[in-house]
Design a protein around this ligand. Structure first.
Ligand code: TYD
Length: 133
């Protein structure tokens, strides 16, 4: 089974432009407790390099594009995020890395919980130990 789970959001567009609405527990499968966004990362920047113990997230490239590597400790897959109407699910215990940011990339992330550093696994060997338990 692929690690990549993309959600396609309905585009409510007309001749004035596009609109996407994302509703917690409806459009996406969890309550949203936090929203953050990453912007101003240049193409040589690599970010992420962690997994979460319990947090669920959905990342949407609302402008520009970047790629995300997803790794469950057994396989690695890459997804190009280049569409403001598609979200990529980042499940708990999935190591993720983001790269290839275009200068105009704005990566919006919807998270199921508040920021909590103790939910992060930032060491790759620790991550491998946790997923092999
Ligand atoms: P970091 O986890 O390094 O970002 P990335 O995963 O994109 O590489 O986060 C950068 C800084 O921002 C770090 O000091 C933690 C802080 N931070 C918050 O305070 N709240 C948040 O919701 C997030 C995601 C990060």
């Amino acid at each position: 089974m692929s690690l990549i789970r993309e959600l396609e959001f309905k585009e409510l567009g007309d001749d004035r432009g596009n609109l996407v609405a994302i509703e917690a527990n409806k459009t996406i499968p969890f309550p949203i407790k936090r929203v953050y966004y990453i912007y101003g990362s240049s193409p040589e920047v690599e970010r992420g390099f962690h997994a979460h113990k319990t947090l669920q997230q959905i990342a949407v490239s609302v402008a520009g594009s970047c790629t995300m590597l997803l790794d469950d400790g057994h396989k690695k897959e890459e997804v190009l995020m280049d569409s403001p109407n598609k979200g990529t699910l980042i499940e708990p215990l999935v190591w993720h890395e983001m790269r290839d940011f275009t200068e105009d990339c704005v990566l919006l992330v919807l998270a199921s919980d508040h920021y909590d550093e103790s939910d992060y696994i930032r060491d790759y060997d620790d991550f491998l130990k946790q997923v092999s338990q």
